[in-house]
Ligand binder design. Structure first.
Ligand code: UDP
Ligand code: MG
Length: 313
């Protein structure tokens, strides 16, 4: 059985279409499935639509979060709840083509491949600034982590073994795209065209994207901390040179000149210290967040056709 995980946040116009498209494509191809809609604290009628679907169709499971926890949490909730032999992630806005799910499933079915990764052939309609930033972000993450993340997406089909591996990772601050590469396994790529979103709008706001990038870099790698060390080494070298120069002037020349040097050095070193403290502080705050051991999400309600559970985890 294939589990399709659909994170949905304010997607009232898309939920039914998504269910329909998936149902049609998967049953036409004779693939047994379950669809898990995770309502990520939507403020519109998404939950009404999802719960109605789950009530009338035993293959649809509706999960309701107590508030908006973000797409990452929704993905991991889906991974934990799903019972399929493999699971695929599917955006509620139908930007991932359902036919590609079938192609991925066929690759997995042949055996020998644990993760089938969807790669964007084109990136769809996208703001050039956004494109520039995401390119920079993936370059950076690729450089520090050694994972090839360009054109990666959350569109992945995973074997049960990979799902279990992801479920066993305890961190609270997750980054699905990188974690699912990090676990390894035999991966094969499938290319797809990103469709345009027809209903509703993208949930990203520019500020959020910067936060997303910084969050994911710091939750996935400690490389920025090395910037602090590098800054320390550079300022040390400068201070040795300046120190020699100062001593030379003291003994062999007039030493009253040099006020500008003092001011510049003061400014330079204090700004480097502030900058470094900022980076370190950021990691301390990450440690703080992790150590609280809060759950990644809180489920208010799960609806499985005739079984209804109230649950607080
Ligand atoms: N999403 C979510 N929680 C959020 C934001 C988004 O579950 O806080 C879901 C959203 O409903 C959609 C998917 O994540 O199914 C992708 O969101 P979106 O289309 O806004 O992102 P984009 O495709 O522009 O990267
Ligand atoms: Mg989208």
């Amino acid at each position: 059985m294939l589990s399709v995980i659909v994170p949905s946040y304010n997607e009232e116009g898309n939920v039914e279409r998504t269910a329909e498209v998936l149902e049609k494509v998967l049953s036409e191809n004779g693939i047994g499935y379950e669809i898990i809609f995770v309502n990520d604290g939507s403020s519109d009628r998404t939950w009404e639509k999802i719960s109605a679907l789950a009530g009338s169709d035993s293959r649809i499971i509706a999960v309701d979060f107590s508030r908006n926890f973000g797409k990452e949490s929704a993905i991991f909730a889906g991974l934990e709840i799903c019972r399929g032999d493999c699971a695929v992630l599917f955006d509620c806005d139908l930007q991932f083509p359902a036919e590609t799910v079938v192609r991925m499933y066929r690759v997995w079915e042949k055996g020998g491949v644990d993760i089938v990764e969807g790669r964007k052939r084109s990136r769809g309609k996208e703001n050039p600034v956004y494109r520039g930033f995401s390119l920079l972000f993936y370059k950076l993450i690729g450089r520090v982590s050694g994972l090839d993340m360009k054109d990666a997406s959350d569109f992945k089909l995973m074997d049960r073994s990979a799902v279990d591996a992801l479920n066993s990772m305890p961190e609270r601050l997750t980054f699905f795209r990188a974690m699912s590469s990090w676990v390894g396994f035999d991966t094969e790529k499938v290319y797809f065209e990103v469709a345009d979103r027809e209903i509703g709008e993208s949930k990203w706001r520019p500020g959020q994207l910067i936060k997303f990038a910084v969050n994911n870099i710091t939750s996935f790698t400690s490389a920025p901390l090395q910037i602090v060390t590098v800054c320390g080494v550079i300022t040390f070298i400068i201070s040795v040179i300046m120190g020699v120069d100062t001593l030379y002037n003291k003994f062999f020349g007039g030493s009253e000149a040099g006020f500008p040097t003092v001011i510049i050095l003061q400014l330079l070193t204090s700004s480097i210290i502030m900058f470094s403290l900022g980076i370190i502080g950021y990691y301390v705050s990450k440690i703080y967040d992790e150590i609280k051991q809060r759950p990644r999400y809180i489920i208010k309600d799960i609806i499985r056709s005739d079984k209804k559970e109230g649950n607080d985890r």
